[in-house]
Ligand binder design. Structure first.
Ligand SMILES: N[C@@H](CCC(=O)N[C@@H](CS)C(=O)NCC(=O)O)C(=O)O
Length: 310
């Protein structure tokens, strides 16, 4: 098993999704703490500018976005599977809804004025202000729903999720856990950890019991690693070979051309390098960094956009 280096911070919901998947697959991993707001110079040395959280590193390969990180963990440790064959398509589609619609509804609900002090832990008003400014810049002009809409929509989503468990099944899609359990869980985890807003979940006891089962999975075993050491590991390693990976060209861009890749939804920081993978579900580019050396930065297809870099 290669060394799994996970770059994250404690209160990040998407990080909690992957920490639990690491636990589900009983993996050992290295934990590198990253800042929750910009600047993130050590993370940028590895990613080339992608700033979102979390990021997974294996040697000189850097994996952005939890959808792709989950796929890589599935490849490294196929059992137990995140994508049981009979429900794989449905699981991925439900996970994508949870990582976008449900997540942003949960965020809009949780960041209400009365809850502010409990959300980010023990921080000063200046730090709170800096956090707000950072997220406003990251989200650019992305629309944000009002608290009234978030409350009503969240209750309806919670009701639907509670209905999914009504037949007595242990996991959202049946007898086996799958990627959707982890994606739905992390958005609700963010609400539950803030006492001023957690009460909204009390009306859904079956959902709360399911949340307890997901939480009981734990985070696997991990040790702390310093970011400088993670950069040194990248510098000392060579990226994995991309030979034999399927090439699917939907952009009219050949392997080896210089490209810029960035998210389609928010945090539009582009990463520039030479295209090395353009497969059915992944895009990856190679770049050379002063501190990290030559690294390959991987992104999922879904949720990302690529352009030729001029
Ligand atoms: N689609 C991304 C979303 C990641 C995301 O939005 N993460 C939040 C934290 S939970 C983030 O990046 N916030 C800004 C930051 O950490 O700088 C994924 O699945 O990894």
């Amino acid at each position: 098993m290669p060394e799994i280096i996970f770059h994250h911070y404690p209160i990040s919901p998407f990080s909690e999704k992957i920490r639990l998947i690491l636990g589900y697959k009983k993996l050992s991993w290295k934990s590198v703490m990253i800042p929750s707001i910009m600047p993130k110079p050590d993370l940028a040395a590895l990613t080339g500018g992608y700033r979102r959280t979390p990021v997974m590193q294996i040697g000189a390969d850097i994996y952005c976005d939890t959808a792709l990180i989950a796929d890589v963990l599935e490849r490294l440790a196929p059992v137990p599977s995140l994508y049981p064959p009979a429900i794989a398509g449905l699981a991925k589609i439900l996970a994508q809804w949870a990582d976008t619609t449900l997540f942003w509804t949960a965020i809009a609900y949780t960041f209400q004025p009365a809850a502010m002090p409990g959300i980010l832990g023990d921080i000063t008003p200046e730090q709170m202000k800096a956090f707000g400014a950072d997220r406003a810049a990251m989200r650019a002009n992305a629309p944000r729903i009002s608290l009234a809409e978030a409350t009503g929509q969240l209750k309806e989503y919670l009701h639907r999720l509670e209905d999914m468990l009504a037949g007595g099944q242990p996991w959202l899609l049946g007898k086996e856990a799958c990627i959707a359990d982890f994606s739905v869980y992390h958005a609700l985890w963010f609400i539950r950890r803030v006492p001023a807003v957690a009460g909204i979940l009390d009306a859904y006891p079956t959902l709360l019991a399911w949340m307890d089962s997901v939480a009981a999975i734990g985070h696997g075993s991990f040790e702390k690693m310093r970011s400088e050491q993670a950069i040194q590991i990248a510098q000392d390693a060579a990226p994995a070979s991309a030979d034999g990976v399927d090439f699917i060209d939907t952009h009219g861009i050949a392997l080896g051309e210089r490209v810029a890749i960035m998210p389609t939804d928010y945090a539009f920081d582009s990463v520039i390098g030479e295209l090395v993978i353009s497969s059915h579900n992944q895009l990856a580019l190679r770049r050379t960094d002063e501190r990290a050396g030559t690294v390959v930065v991987h992104f999922p297809r879904v949720g990302y956009q690529m352009k030729r870099a001029d």
